[in-house]
Design a protein around this ligand. Sequence first.
Ligand SMILES: Cc1cc2nc3c(=O)[nH]c(=O)nc-3n(C[C@H](O)[C@H](O)[C@H](O)COP(=O)(O)OP(=O)(O)OC[C@H]3O[C@@H](n4cnc5c(N)ncnc54)[C@H](O)[C@@H]3O)c2cc1C
Length: 391
Amino acid sequence: MLPRTADAVVIGAGAAGLMCAIEAGKRGRRVVVLEHNAQAGRKILISGGGRCNFTNIDTRPDNFLSANPHFAKSALARYTPREFVNLVEKHGIAYHEKTLGQLFCDRSARDILDMLENECTAAGVEIATRCAVQSVTAGFTVDTSQGTIAASSLVIATGGLSVPKIGATPFAYNAARQFGLRIVQCRPALVPFTFSPQDRERYAGLEGVSAAVAARAGGSEFREKLLFTHRGVSGPAILQASSYWRPGNTVEIDLLPGVDLAAELRGRRASGDRAEARTVAACHLPKRLADRWSAVHVPSMPVATLSDRQIEAIADSYHRWQFVPAGTEGYEKAEVTAGGIDTADLSSKTMEAKRVPGLYFIGEAVDVTGQLGGFNFQWAWASGYSAGQYA
Ligand SMILES: Cc1cc2nc3c(=O)[nH]c(=O)nc-3n(C[C@H](O)[C@H](O)[C@H](O)COP(=O)(O)OP(=O)(O)OC[C@H]3O[C@@H](n4cnc5c(N)ncnc54)[C@H](O)[C@@H]3O)c2cc1C
C-alpha cells in the first residue's frame, strides 16, 4: 500500500531518482519513489552493453551540452566521480577502466542497481513499482494507480524520451510545462545517422565494416570508431558527433586520421608504382572499405599516372568525406535525449524550480546532456545527490 503522505516523493526510479532518494533518506526524510515499470532501474540494466559505464574519472563540465554550459558545474563539483567510485568500492563491486576514463562493472550492471536498491533500503526509502502517476497538483499531491500521496517536496526524475520500449515517457516535460517551467527543444542524441537513399546505394555492402576515424559535426571532432550499418553509420565517433549535429547540416569524416595519404601517393608516384590508390588506402583501412571507396570516389588509375590535382582530390575524398545524413535513428535507438527542462528555471545548487518551491527536476530530463563514456550517469548521480540534500 502506498503511504498517504511522505516528506519527499520522487517520480522515476532510475539513476537520478534512486540517488536523490538515498540522499534525502539519509537525512531522515520519509521518501517514497514512484516507478511505473515493474522494476526499478531498467535503463541501468541495459547500459554499457549490460556492464554499465557508471562514471568517467575524467569528467569535466565541457563533457556536457546545455544551453547554459555553466549550469552543471555546481552539481558536478559537489558529487565527483571519485565519490561514486567510493560507493561502488564500499559495496565490493569489481570494476575496470575500459578506455578514456570510462569505468565499467567487471560482472554486470545488475551490481550497480543492487547497490542503489540496498542503499535505498538502508536509508528507509520505499520504492513503489507498477505505480502509474495520473496527475500532480501544487502543494504537492500525486494521484497514482495505487492511490494518492501528498508530500512537501516533489522530485521529477523520469528521464528523457530515449528508448520508449523500456518505459521512457515525456512526463517530466509535461510536468515542467504544467508548473510554468520552460523547455529547451528535445532531440535524440548519441544516436546513429541514417543515409539518404543515394548514399545508401553508394555504400551498400559495407554493413559491419568499422574504421578508426575522426568525425566532425557542429564544430566538434571525435576520434573513435565508425561502423557502417544497414541504414547508415554508427559507432562511438558517430554517436558523439550526432549530439552536435542539426538536421540538414553536413557531417565530415576523416577516414584516415593521422595519415598523410597525399604524401604517400606522391611517394609511390615518384617510384613509378603501378598500384591503384585503393591499394595504398587499404594499408590503413579494411580492404572492403578501401575497395568500395575507390569504386565510388577514386579514378581507377595507377598511382604513377596521377596528376597532383588528382592526388589531392583522392586524399580529400578520404580525409574530408562529407555527407548530409537523412536523419537519425530517433529515440528508439538514441542513448540520450538532448534538450529538456530549461536550466534557467532551476537552481544549479539544489535543482529546485526557481519559482516553485519544493519542486525539483534531476537527471536526463534536465537540459544537460553528457558525451558518450559514463558522463550521463555521472550527471544523474550528481544532480540526484544535489537535490537529495534539500528535497
Ligand atoms: C542503451 C543505453 C545504454 C546506455 N549506457 C550508458 C552508459 O553506459 N553510461 C552512461 O553514462 N549512460 C548511459 N546511457 C544513458 C543513461 O542510461 C541515462 O542518461 C540515465 O539512465 C538517465 O538517468 P535518469 O534517472 O535521469 O533517467 P532514467 O534512468 O531513464 O530513469 C527514469 C525512470 O523514470 C521512469 N518513468 C518514466 N516515466 C514515468 C512515469 N510517467 N511515471 C513513473 N515512472 C516513470 C522510467 O521507467 C525510469 O525508471 C545509456 C542509455 C541507453 C538507452
